[in-house]
Design a protein around this ligand. Structure first.
Ligand code: ATP
Ligand code: MG
Length: 294
């Protein structure tokens, strides 16, 4: 059944006619090697976008985006409003296709496998490639505990001891446990904005998460909550691959190892964060990071 649905989705997706390749593209000239990162050579590619194009109806939002995302590293995506940052990361966990009238072409790999492979269940892709949004989105009527346990329960886990363990572990990993351990039955909506954002991160961590997509996760938060989430990103990168969209240049520079600059649906520059912020190769990147537009 899942296979049939996946097959149907695959057909509707109208992919670009080409064979998925696992070896690096010989013409991936837009992607420079992050030679400024001392450990770049040992970094494994966790996700790879090849020739990604995306449309909303007739409006094209992404144009031939090619990008390799390093494993257990933070990749920042920057660029002016409307340049396609959210659309790109929503392609990475197959959320773009949930928008009525949307279209997609190209391919995206999670390790060796295309996420659009008919054998890949989109729901399973979204468990492995989770997302947190600008506005924290806990289930408002569910308790803190249930917000974290929801994914496991949907997967069929009923055992209380297992649920208790995973809830505690996820809240600890999200640096929220100490603040909520005595009020796990309180509604998720009763937490502060920053706590709610960490609760949403805990919810993603409770399932088999490998990649965390964060779309402006701090833009609705105060400076203290922001620094807590930034510290958390730093911790999580030991075990997870993170892609963060941010309008805040200082934040991109603080939290990421690689930075991608987008403009008008195109990837303009992608390199080590240090290089992009100190010596960008493209004049457009320089103009953007020095505040000349956007
Ligand atoms: N649901 C939608 N329907 C139609 N057009 C859309 C939709 N979502 C985005 N777009 C368009 O696609 C383009 C890229 O939008 P996207 O949201 O990816 O930009 P962004 O870089 O995330 O911007 P921001 O920084 O403001 O969040 C924009 O021109 C936008 O108007
Ligand atoms: Mg956006």
């Amino acid at each position: 059944m899942i296979d049939e649905l996946a097959e149907k989705e695959k057909k509707e997706r109208k992919p670009v006619e080409k064979e998925p390749k696992n070896e690096p593209r010989s013409d991936s000239r837009k992607i420079e090697v992050a030679h400024h990162e001392p450990d770049a050579s040992v970094k494994k590619v966790k996700m790879k976008a090849e020739g990604v194009c995306a449309w909303f109806g007739t409006k094209q939002a992404l144009f031939d985006v090619n990008i390799d995302i390093n494993e257990k590293a933070v990749t920042a995506i920057i660029g002016p409003s409307g340049c396609g940052k959210s659309t790109l990361i929503r392609c990475f966990n197959r959320m773009h296709e949930t928008v009525p009238g949307s279209r997609f072409a190209g391919d995206i790999f999670l390790e060796e496998n295309s996420i659009f492979d008919p054998r890949m269940d989109p729901v399973a892709v979204r468990r492995r490639v989770g997302m947190v949004f600008q506005k924290p989105t806990p289930f408002p009527t569910l308790s803190i505990y249930d917000n974290v346990a929801v994914g496991l329960r949907l997967n069929g886990t009923r055992d209380k001891k297992t649920l208790d363990e995973v809830v505690e572990k996820s809240l600890r990993k999200a640096a929220l446990w100490e603040e909520v351990k005595d009020s796990l039955q309180k509604a998720g909506a009763a937490l502060s904005g920053g706590q709610q954002q960490r609760l949403c991160i805990a919810r993603s961590l409770a399932v088999e998460l490998e990649v965390l997509l964060m779309d402006e996760p701090c833009s609705a938060l105060d400076p203290i909550s922001t620094s807590k989430v930034e510290e958390l990103i730093h911790e999580l990168r030991q075990n997870y691959t993170i892609i963060i969209v941010t309008h805040n240049m200082q934040q991109a520079a603080r939290v990421s190892q690689k930075t991608a600059f987008m403009l008008n649906g195109k990837l303009i520059e992608y390199d080590s964060t240090e290089k992009v912020f100190t010596n960008p190769a493209n004049k457009l990147t320089e103009d953007y990071i020095t505040g000349r537009f956007g």
